[in-house]
Design a protein around this ligand. Structure first.
Ligand code: ZN
Length: 138
């Protein structure tokens, strides 16, 4: 397994009602010329956690930070008007907390951050992931 120092949280930047399954994202990322989905996990609006790229493989989700990180993406991130917004459902919040807790147990030295924390040009994931996940570990 790779050395993991960061768990990076993303949104898929889709509007309410627009689907972004791991399969959809895989197709979009292939269209960009990547080898497939860049995230390791996708958390759907109903709380289903879908696997993306295998954890052992370096992802493609945050420039300069892929080698030692895991990318977790929630479905959503845009409001009806197409503006960035924290659109996580209660089911997503619950599933993300469980997933991130499990990852923190497996990689206890990894920090949990949002994409925005590493690239201030990005609004993603539209909430403070450090405050919500890194500072509130079990
Ligand atoms: Zn992102």
């Amino acid at each position: 397994m790779r050395t993991i120092t960061l768990i990076i949280i993303h949104c898929s930047a889709v509007r309410p009602g627009q689907q972004s399954s791991a399969q959809d994202i895989d197709r979009w990322h292939k269209a960009r010329g990547w080898k497939g989905i860049g995230y390791h996990y996708v958390v759907r609006r109903d709380g289903t956690v879908e696997s993306g790229r295998p954890l052992e493989q370096v992802g493609s989700h945050c420039r300069y930070h892929n080698r030692h990180s895991i990318g977790v993406c929630y479905e959503g991130g845009l409001n009806e008007a197409g503006q960035f917004a924290d659109t996580r459902t209660p089911e997503q919040k619950r599933a993300m907390r469980l997933l991130i807790t499990a990852l923190c147990k497996r990689f206890p030295r990894a920090l949990v951050v949002g994409h925005h924390d590493l690239n201030h040009m990005k609004a993603c994931p539209c909430f403070d992931a450090v405050k919500e996940y890194d500072q509130q570990r079990p």
